[in-house]
Design a protein around this ligand. Structure first.
Ligand SMILES: [Fe+2]
Length: 154
């Protein structure tokens, strides 16, 4: 295979993307979990908002995994691999609605940091396709973090 990116660089980029995939999957699952279990006066708003968000995250996992495959590296996809690769921790029990929102803000910010950390590897190899995907993911996560953060204003 020769797409103009050295094998060593492809592996380094795929390694970074594997962390992004694990973070995105973990945040997907957390958001769906909150969609099922949210309670309180904000139920309808949050139930629907979380649904929009988990659907977007679910679609993103496929784009990230298939970018890893385009670099000719296998994508992680088991719970044990995701637990090892993810920077996002599982929720303890069922949080109150406001705590769910705060946890999701922290989760989206964590994915931002993970996505940003992959740029040095993609820049080094002039991998604009990965940089483009990272940029789109950053825009989404920064925007979603802002929207969720806004719900917590008193
Ligand atoms: Fe549902």
């Amino acid at each position: 295979m020769d797409i103009g990116i050295k094998e060593q660089d492809r592996k380094a980029i795929a390694e970074g993307l594997s962390h992004l995939l694990a973070d995105t999957y973990s945040l997907y699952l957390k958001t769906h979990y909150f969609h099922w279990n949210v309670t309180g006066p904000m139920f309808n708003t949050l139930h629907l908002m979380f649904e929009t968000q988990y659907n977007e995250l679910w679609l993103a996992t496929d784009l990230i995994a298939e970018r890893i495959r385009s670099l000719d590296v296998f994508a992680p996809g088991t719970y044990s691999q995701f637990a090892e690769l993810s920077s996002i921790k599982e929720s303890a029990g069922v949080p109150k609605a406001n705590d769910m929102i705060a946890e999701l803000v922290a989760g989206h910010e964590a994915v931002c940091r993970t996505a940003r950390s992959v740029f040095p590897a993609s820049d080094k190899a002039s991998d604009e396709a990965t940089a483009d995907l990272l940029t789109q993911r950053l825009q989404l996560h920064e925007k979603t973090a802002w929207m969720l953060r806004s719900l917590l204003e008193k």
